[in-house]
Design a protein around this ligand. Structure first.
Ligand code: RIB
Ligand code: CA
Length: 315
């Protein structure tokens, strides 16, 4: 009897998604039953290829990869090439060698799989804009209700944004989709905020070198983050990696590393003003409204990093 917990990963596979997916492929307590790509960091076609590359480098098992949405619900796509490279993986020539993207729409495939599952049998981990998740909710709410936890890398948490002073990229890229998710009424939605991967949870120069030299998969996970590393070297004057998706994956698969996570009433700003894509987190309960989603804003840095080392085969 396979006791592994099943997960579906939704990803705009840039370089930090790649590290997160590599970690998940190495956590024997979980089975990734499918990956669904979405546009975000890069176009969905490239995101799917980057996911296949990551699966090949992990050398564990090969979950099917499908393509979901190529466009956002309303907003024009603005890729994150400056952060992840034009190919999303540091522009170091990575490409899948034998795996191919599956035929069929990934959102419909995810719904078919959820429909056939037991209540709570499958968790969803979303690492990109929420376009696929929002469409799935609109297409078949009852199927999405069968999912267990829906853990999302998204929002500024209780801190500041990374694409505007108040907005985090995954929400800002498709705030209309995020609004559908936040207002869906689904019970177990956990946003891991941008702040969860900052501060002590940032990987410093020594920790980066430990991972890069500690295993083949660790080297892949650092090398594909070349552009982010260079950008941070300019920002901070030293090597640092703020790994958003790995922090969300750790929170999802190793919740013992979560330090702060509370349920609050949250609202997504879809106005056309400067705060588009921000998420109001009513952490002081001013609104008197029922909390609707969980916000994970802090991890235990030691446990989080130990989990990264373990799942990237770094001793
Ligand atoms: O804000 C960080 C998030 O946006 C990460 O998921 C990164 O991969 C991008 O999708
Ligand atoms: Ca991502």
């Amino acid at each position: 009897m396979d006791r592994r917990k099943k997960i579906i990963i939704d990803t705009d596979c840039g370089s930090d998604d790649a590290m997160a997916i590599a970690m998940a492929l190495n956590d024997r307590a979980y089975e990734i039953i499918m990956c669904v790509a979405v546009s975000g960091n890069v176009h969905v076609d490239q995101a799917a290829l980057n996911t296949l590359t990551t699966i090949e480098y992990a050398k564990t098992y090969e979950p099917p990869v499908y393509k979901g949405c190529d466009k956002m619900l309303l907003k024009e796509l603005i890729y994150a090439h400056e952060t992840h490279g034009n190919d999303g993986m540091g522009d170091i020539g990575l490409a899948p060698q034998h795996l191919k993207v599956q035929e069929g729409n990934g959102v419909l495939k995810m719904l078919d799989t959820l429909r056939a599952s037991e209540e709570g049998e499958i968790d969803i981990v979303a690492l990109g804009p929420l376009t696929n998740i929002a469409l799935a909710i609109r297409l078949d709410y009852e199927a999405m209700k069968k999912a267990g936890r829906i853990v999302i890398m998204g929002t500024a948490g209780l801190g500041v944004g990374n694409v505007t002073p108040v907005a985090e990229f995954n929400i800002w890229q498709d705030a209309e989709a995020a609004k559908i998710v936040v207002e869906s009424g689904l019970e177990k939605i956990i946003f891991v905020g941008w702040d969860a991967c900052l501060g002590d949870s940032m990987l410093n120069s020594q920790e980066i070198e430990k991972i890069r030299t500690g295993s083949e998969l660790g080297k892949f996970a650092i090398d594909c983050n070349r552009c982010l590393l260079e950008m941070n070297r300019e920002r901070f004057g030293d090597n640092y990696l703020d790994m958003a998706d790995p922090s969300a994956m750790a929170a999802a698969l190793y919740p013992e590393c979560i330090d702060q996570c509370e349920k609050y009433y949250c609202e997504v700003d879809v106005s056309n003003g400067p705060s588009y894509g921000s998420v109001l987190v009513d952490s002081n309960f001013f609104s008197g409204k029922e909390p609707n989603v969980y916000i994970c804003s802090k991890l235990d840095a030691r446990k989080y990093k130990e989990y990264i080392y373990k799942t990237l085969n770094v001793n």
